[in-house]
Design a protein around this ligand. Structure first.
Ligand SMILES: NC(=O)c1ccc[n+]([C@@H]2O[C@H](COP(=O)([O-])OP(=O)(O)OC[C@H]3O[C@@H](n4cnc5c(N)ncnc54)[C@H](OP(=O)(O)O)[C@@H]3O)[C@@H](O)[C@H]2O)c1
Length: 248
């Protein structure tokens, strides 16, 4: 039985992970900014759990870094010392609105990069002396290459990607796993405004199962579904002189 902390626990992908983990017998500490949504998710998970399991929650806006340390302390008190931390929260910015507003751009970078860096720094410092633990973070294929249609989001996810590479390098000596999860298109509230959903789209349930497997296997980086590794290999290999002329 592991103690699992999920930041951004009201996300559709995080909820799918939580359902898998509760079915596998683990304890969960769920952090989200919306208390009502959290309570609905907690009730659903409790209905799927055994009496030996704990599902506890905490409400916090993760852009307020001053709450982070206390959240880890609360998690340890509620479910026991964390074994796995999943960082799932994020927002898909309106790229055009970001281009017109430095303030909005910085806010999106704060949500999608800086808050993640703050949370994973604390997780690493918690796990390093214990010489065990898993830090799993939901990034995105968008972080693999900047595109005109979503480069603020892509830049934030790319920053997290590089940060986790370094953290993984540091944590290897302490036997702590650092997993970067790179989903492609997923049908969730975040992408509800996109009308056409074709063959490349996955469900939160499919991504959740992929995350659970990758955590179990102590993987470093996982593309979900797997074919995004090939798609992004091709996209990354397009020369910049050609890439800059494409409308992507
Ligand atoms: N959907 C995709 O196509 C896709 C593709 C690649 C990567 N991802 C990544 O997958 C992760 C999960 O997203 P999702 O697709 O499951 O979308 P989602 O259901 O919309 O989840 C996003 C979550 O982030 C939370 N959140 C945003 N800002 C927050 C803050 N400041 N403090 C606390 N929580 C905050 C939201 O909370 P509220 O419920 O309160 O709004 C929501 O629960 C994100 O990191 C996203 O970037 C998604």
């Amino acid at each position: 039985m592991s103690n699992i902390v999920i930041f951004g626990a009201t996300s559709a992908i995080a909820t799918a992970c939580a359902r898998e983990w509760i079915a596998a017998g683990h304890n969960l500490f769920l952090v989200g900014r919306n208390a009502d949504k959290l309570e609905i998710i907690r009730t659903d998970l409790l209905a799927r759990s055994t009496q030996r399991q704990t599902v506890a929650t905490a409400t916090a806006d993760l852009n307020d870094f001053s709450t982070h340390e206390a959240l880890y302390a609360q998690a340890a008190q509620a479910v026991g010392a964390p074994d796995i931390v999943l960082v799932a929260h994020g927002s898909l910015p309106d790229q055009k609105a970001c281009e017109a507003s430095v303030e909005l751009t910085m806010q999106e970078i704060r949500t999608n990069a800086l808050s993640v860096i703050a949370l994973t720094t604390l997780a690493a410092n918690l796990f390093e002396p214990r010489r065990e633990g898993t830090i799993a973070v939901i990034g995105s294929v968008a972080g693999d290459r900047g595109r005109q249609s979503n480069y603020v989001y892509g830049a934030a996810k790319g920053m997290v990607d590089i940060f986790l590479q370094g953290l993984r390098n540091r944590m290897a000596k302490a036997s702590v796993t650092v997993l970067t999860i790179k989903p492609g298109f997923v049908d969730t509230p975040m992408t509800a405004h996109i009308p056409t959903k074709g063959a490349l789209w996955a469900t939160p349930g499919q991504i959740g199962q992929g995350i659970i497997q990758a955590v179990k296997r102590k993987q470093n980086v996982v593309y979900l579904p797997w074919f995004w590794r090939i798609i992004m290999l091709i996209i990354r290999s397009i020369p910049e002189a050609i890439f800059k002329k494409l409308s992507l």
